[in-house]
Design a protein around this ligand. Sequence first.
Ligand code: NOJ
Length: 684
Amino acid sequence: MHTWMRYPAFLLTLSVLSAPAPGAAQDRARIASPDGRNRVTVEIRDGALLYSVDRDGRAVFLPSRLGIAFQGAPPLRDSLRMVETARDSADETWTQPWGEVARVRDHHNELRVSVAEVGQPGRRFAVVFRVFNDGVGFRYEVPAQPALADFAITDELTEFTLADDARAWWIPSNRPRLDRSEMLFSSSPVSVTDSIQTPVTMETRDGSTFIVIHEASLVDYARMFLAGSRMQSTTLRAALAPMADGIKVRGHTPFVTPWRTIQLADRATDLAPSVLGLNLNPPPPNVLQSTDWIKPMKYVGIWWGMHINTMTWSSGPKHGATTANAKRYIDFAAANGLGGILVEGWNVGWDGDWIQNRNAFSFTQAYPDYDLREVAAYAKQKGVRLIVHNETSGGIQNYERQMDSAFALYHSLGVDAVKTGYVTDLTSEGHSHYSQFMVQHYARVIETAAKYHITLDVHEPMHDTGERRTYPNMMSREGARGQEYNAWSSEGGNPPEHETILFFTRMLDGPMDFTPGIFDILREHTGPRRQPWESRVRTTLAKQLALYVVLYSPLQMAADLPENYERQPAFQFIRDVAVDWDTTRVLAGRIGDYVIVARRERNGPTWYLGAITDEEGRTFDIPLSFLTGGRKYDAEIYADGPKANWLTNPLPVTISKRPVDATTRLHIVLAPGGGQAIRIRPAR
Ligand code: NOJ
């Protein structure tokens, strides 16, 4: 349950107030989605280029301005005329190497509107709209032209004027020290927001439409935030992350911006899995046509121990990354069918203040008690993949100087997975974490990794804009408040509703390495806290299992210490659960309250179901009509045990088996803060 900020009464009439001043349309073009429900109108009014979006004939976005501001020139926004329009359409289905669904349909109609300034210097640009049944994407294309060759963008002038003062689930983008997306979500009318991160999910006040604003194909540009108007209107404005000198984007024409995306759905449950952004990214380049080396997996890690202070990243008596420890974890992974092992704190640079001393990190030199070659060879021999950790703390030049030789070394040792980290708000060069500089850096890492057949799991990443379609080695990322906050957060860990919001917000842009699977929920915590439960996992154990199905990641961690899985029958679910999916169905859900997801494994008949709730206990009757009709299945059910609840009794899990088929209605009982995880296999 999510309490939210109230509407100031005067804002209820905002949609009328925020409409642009009336002016006769001088030029207008329209384009609709293949099913005819979503329609975009592009028009020039009084020299301004505006777009609007309606769905089933009802306004969703009122006429909203488009344009770009350049340094040393008037903004490219006013005195425009339409030069020409062109149309196109596509309908093709493509296969993902891995994902929430195997096959993705790209079915859209396209409208290209070319405009020019009426007077001198007569600069030109085009806006291309693609309208799908699940939403709209648009981007600017600026052709090469004498009056606009080398440029510096000071602002993108794109506006999103909502027709309704919709309820938004959002995290801020302009809070000091909190710039890395690791925040708890608020919900409020969109009109009271100030600066928010995308993807932002909104529900119209009548509950009829769900709207998600985000971006796709963020290449050589700055990340887009949205600036709200603090109670003035329902207009959100694009706000690009700056480089150290305040400039947002440097480049030369011709260039294209990322796509600005507006996903539309009738129900929250129709938002996921979201493929709009994937369809707006190009297919892989030739070097990545063969992707056999890119494999989803579950993994364990020398990791949680550092977060709960039983181990250290730095050298010393509690050093976690020792050769002996790594071998123990590898043995555990091999014995339990988990594909990989992450080792953090293995490399020189962690001693002292590793955030300040970011340029001291070596990505090839191990601490003396860790033999990288020996560990890599041992892992290989046991059929376990080693994930090498590269924390940069934002020391970008330090990392880029070493990256090629480090990746070459890992490749020579048979290592094909790296987890990177960027614990910092500003880079060592003073640029925003989300600036064009960083977009370029992350792209260089992905490309270099691809060259050495290395897959990536990026913490403190650039937000996901669908680049995994082009570079499927970019597998997972954190980019939200994950499980680690339950180990040490002085503000308190994640409240029970957190994951039920993540599913409908952050998870719409792509996989998240949330690191589920903490079983030692009642562990005594160290560190500052107000109440003992405020800095621990605030779920039941069954909910930890359900997260493997609900929160999608092709790299799924079994995050707890191996010893905490010993003699735990519930660990069987983590052993069994798949990490790559053919089909995903969202069976029920309300943002901030609950969500139930069923997924069928890739290349197999087995389904997995995950159900999670917030702090309220809930019951559901769920038809299993997604199963193949006429076929018999066995369900293995991991449910909250008697009297379980996240606060005082999180551990009981009842494991049961029962036959089911497509006609079964499954009665699902979730404890407060609880969950349920089910494996549904064809009967033997
Ligand atoms: C924060 C990351 O989210 C976490 O996974 C990692 O262990 C630490 N940084 C250290 O790199």
